[in-house]
Write a protein that binds this ligand. Structure first.
Ligand SMILES: [Fe+2]
Length: 810
């Protein structure tokens, strides 16, 4: 296995016929690489299935390209271009900080000083830093003055420094907000430095400093601004940074905490007045424009800082009182920005090739630019050709869960989670992608990971190589394809069965709404559409209510609130998604109190369930449990004999084991499982037509949002809710939903060259759902009043097969 010397991304996930798509490649080593556009059919290398399959696509970009190295300048920061007003003789610097990794290990990937507010580079200028020992440090030219006092991590500290050029007086203040009984007193550090500040023509840095100006360095072209290389990326929060052009007294520094004074009158006062208002160079208010990537300066020069790599905003400030939880209602308590040294919003590479997709002749399908070298390197850059709205070419459409792909993008859990083995009941087997990402934190993590400082990652960009959205990639959770390559099982089945279909992505439906989907007879989901935007769920609801048909092919869907960050829409739609892991749900990290609202759209994050949009209401079933050892199979229930749905089982015996085979865990019922629950939104007329009840191991556990306290008996050997239910319900106007309720389900479709009972069931449903016109009306006696909790105290799937009066074979 070679190391990953080729990595790349495209500027789009979905591209319309006739439109261009650009590709960006880091070719680190090989002199050249070959490009072929391929139509992807199967991405699973498991020898028990059809194996990796693609079809070449004739394209004018199919040729050999010269390789070049490109790098990602990861880590978030703010900068303001150099300006004369920053070339001060004397100064006061001040800010609040909440450092998360003030002292790092010498082997830490970015060990060294961290910049707070700096106008400093190569021993010229001035700035406040956290030094490599984790202490506050003032730099003036080559001089470094420190308190020598370690900054407590995850705590607010007020920091300030003054320099008076006339007297040479330097004072450095470090004042923790909370002082414990046994904390030593921290006195201000005073020194005399008789010098003049040498000013370098470098930007002001927030949460960084300028390492060098390198306009001619090709690798610096992907920094922002291009050619300026920043270092000292800070981990933690900064609130209310200010720069003044005189050395203020401690008393005046206190007043300066108020900010700036734009336009004082006797009726209007917002900050320091009189002589203090005249010495302000910059006074940033991070509580303003939280939904943007600009840090607003309220000082006289309007030195707004550009924020790079999307640091977290809507973060509680030093003054958060614990009464306001929505930043929109109290922006002044959300004046903190949380920076991380591994944030990334855009790799900003130079494009290597661009393909104009022909207007005709290229079907709406899964594609990739396949990159290879003569030395065995291989990389795939996936994309989807999606018809323009109104130019659909099929009755069937596959909704590609790209938001979920982005949530899992470059996921590090296998490497970083200490309990991974317990979780999956086996030793996680790493892939080269896992190893590469562990060594290249600048490629950014997934929304399942934590930043290098331990805080949760809530932002994901698609403008970077996403090595998990690749064919031939097995995920440690399943030791099989997961998400993108798992969804190719469905594509392989559609292709093998000869269906014609279109594809569109979560992005397309979010931005286009109902118009994107209303002309299809049936929409098929991926295997794990867990992360969704509100507009997407609205569109699906409107679609099924108007007679549309939905085939939900997986499990644990409609779970987390995601939004696309509006500040990135100028770069393309759907570039950056955001998600916050709030009070409940399966969480690999937990948002801090007061930080549940998205910085981009301002909406409440967390689970859709806790915004009143029950998972079970979207397609009929919702998440109940998960486990990652082995998958099981389904059995039909008496509901499957109901004439409303019996057609789905044409050609399938009542006692057949449904899906006791498959490429994901060995069965159709596995990994994450959904059930019918009318109290959680399943329509009261939902039919649970098959179930895997009683067939899961102790590795399967009930989801935590479904129980209020811990107790024995929450696992698959005991708890009745640990199961998957295949379910059907009709929607108004001749529509309907079929939910297959297991992430492993699609892994059974290609089994035995698609000749199996899961394939037959799905074919029966798809053929019925894809047919023109409404579904046949249900029998008259099916129209009746139904309760919700009380309509059947012991639903059939909870009873033993004997109690159901079922014929027991064998
Ligand atoms: Fe998931």
């Amino acid at each position: 296995m070679t190391s990953m010397r080729l990595t790349g991304y495209a500027d789009k996930f979905s591209v319309h016929p006739g439109d261009p798509i650009k590709f960006y490649v880091n070719c680190n080593g090989p002199a050249e690489y070959k490009v072929e556009i391929v139509h992807l059919i199967n991405g699973d290398t498991n020898p028990r299935g059809p194996g990796y399959l693609d079809k070449p696509v004739a394209a004018d970009v199919n040729k050999t390209y010269k390789g070049r190295k490109q790098i990602i300048h990861g880590g978030s920061y703010g900068y303001v271009p150099d300006a004369k007003a920053f070339h001060v003789e004397s100064f006061t610097l001040q800010c609040w900080i909440w450092p998360t990794a003030p002292k790092t290990h010498p082997r830490y990937w970015k060990h060294g000083a961290q910049g707070l507010v700096t106008k400093w580079s190569k021993d010229c200028g001035y700035g406040l830093f956290v030094n490599e020992d984790g202490c506050l440090e003032l730099r003036i030219n080559e001089h470094r003055i420190t308190t020598g006092v370690p900054l407590r991590d995850h705590a607010w500290h007020f920091c300030a420094a003054t320099f008076d050029a006339a007297t040479g007086d330097v004072v450095l203040y470090h004042e923790p907000q909370v002082v414990y009984a046994l904390d030593p007193v921290i006195e201000p550090v005073r020194q005399i430095l008789k010098l003049a500040i040498s000013h370098a023509p470098v930007p002001v840095g927030i949460a960084c400093y300028v390492e060098s100006l390198a306009p001619d360095d090709a690798l610096a072209a992907s920094s922002k601004p291009a050619g300026v290389v920043f270092a000292g990326k800070y981990n933690g929060k900064i609130d209310s940074p200010r720069i003044c052009k005189v050395a203020l007294s401690r008393q005046d520094i206190e007043t300066m905490k108020l900010g700036a004074q734009p336009g004082l009158t006797e009726r209007r006062n917002s900050g320091p007045s009189g002589r203090l208002s005249e010495v302000i160079v910059a006074a940033w208010n991070f509580g303003k424009g939280i939904d943007t990537i600009v840090a607003s300066d309220e000082g006289p020069y309007r030195f707004d800082a550009q924020l790079v790599n999307c640091p977290n905003r809507a973060m509680t400030g030093y003054n958060w009182g614990g009464t306001n939880f929505d930043w929109k209602h109290a922006p002044h308590e959300y004046g903190a920005i949380s920076f991380h040294d591994d944030d990334v919003d855009d790799a900003r590479w130079s494009a290597d090739f661009e393909w104009s997709v022909p207007e005709t002749g290229v079907k709406s399908r899964f594609y990739a630019a396949k990159l290879t070298t003569s030395e065995g390197d291989e990389e795939f850059i996936p994309f989807w050709v999606v018809p323009r709205v109104g130019q659909e070419t099929a009755k069937i459409a596959v909704m590609v869960p790209t938001i979920s792909y982005m949530a899992y993008a470059n996921e590090h859990v296998a490497c970083n989670a200490g309990g991974a083995e317990l979780f999956v009941y086996r030793v996680p087997i790493m892939q080269q992608q896992n190893m590469y990402l562990a060594e290249h934190r600048e490629y950014g993590g997934s929304i399942y990971d934590t930043h290098t400082d331990g805080t949760g990652i809530s932002i994901s960009s698609r403008l970077r190589p996403i090595l998990s959205i690749r064919p031939k990639y097995d995920h440690f959770l399943a030791q099989a394809p997961w998400q993108y390559p798992a969804d190719l099982h469905l594509i392989c089945w559609l292709e093998t069965m000869g269906y014609d279909y279109d594809v569109f992505t979560d992005e397309d439906i979010t931005y286009d709404g109902l118009a994107r989907i209303e002309n299809y007879n049936v929409i098929i989901t991926g295997s794990h559409p867990e992360h969704n935007s509100g507009p997407q769920l609205d569109a699906l609801h409107n679609y099924t209510q108007r007679g549309g048909r939905l085939m939900y092919m997986g499990a644990d869907a409609w779970y987390w609130v995601h939004s696309y960050h509006p500040a990135y829409e100028s770069t393309g739609r759907g570039v950056v998604t955001e998600m916050r892991r709030c009070e409940s749900g399966i969480r690999t990290w937990r948002a801090d109190p007061g930080e549940y609202y998205h910085q981009g759209t301002g909406e409440l994050g967390g689970m859709w369930r806790f915004r009143g949009r029950y998972l079970h209401s979207v397609a009929g079933t919702g998440m109940s449990s998960e486990g990652f050892d082995v998958s099981s199979y389904f059995s039909r229930t008496p509901d499957s004999l109901d004439p409303r749905v019996a057609w789905a089982f044409d050609g399938i015996g009542y006692d057949e084991k449904l899906g006791n085979f498959g490429l994901v865990g060995g069965g159709a019922a596995g990994l994450e499982l959904d059930i019918v629950d009318t109290m959680l939104g399943s329509p009261p007329h939902t039919l649970a037509v098959a179930t895997s009840a009683g067939r899961h191991t102790e590795a399967y556990l009930l989801v935590m949002e479904d129980f209020g306290f811990n107790q024995q008996g929450l696992d698959g050997t005991t708890h009745p809710r640990v199961r998957a239910d295949i379910a059907f319900h009709e929607t108004p106007n001749g529509g309907g939903c079929f939910a297959f309720s297991s992430i492993a389900f699609c892994g059974s479709l290609p089994w035995n060259n698609c000749d199996n009972n899961i394939s037959k069931l799905v074919k029966n449903v798809l053929d019925r759902f894809a047919a023109d016109g409404p579904l046949p009306a249900p029998p008259a006696d099916a129209i009746k009043h139904r309760g919700r909790a009380d309509y059947d105290p012991t639903p059939p799937e909870h009873r033993s097969r004997k109690a159901r009066g079922e014929f027991l074979s064998g």
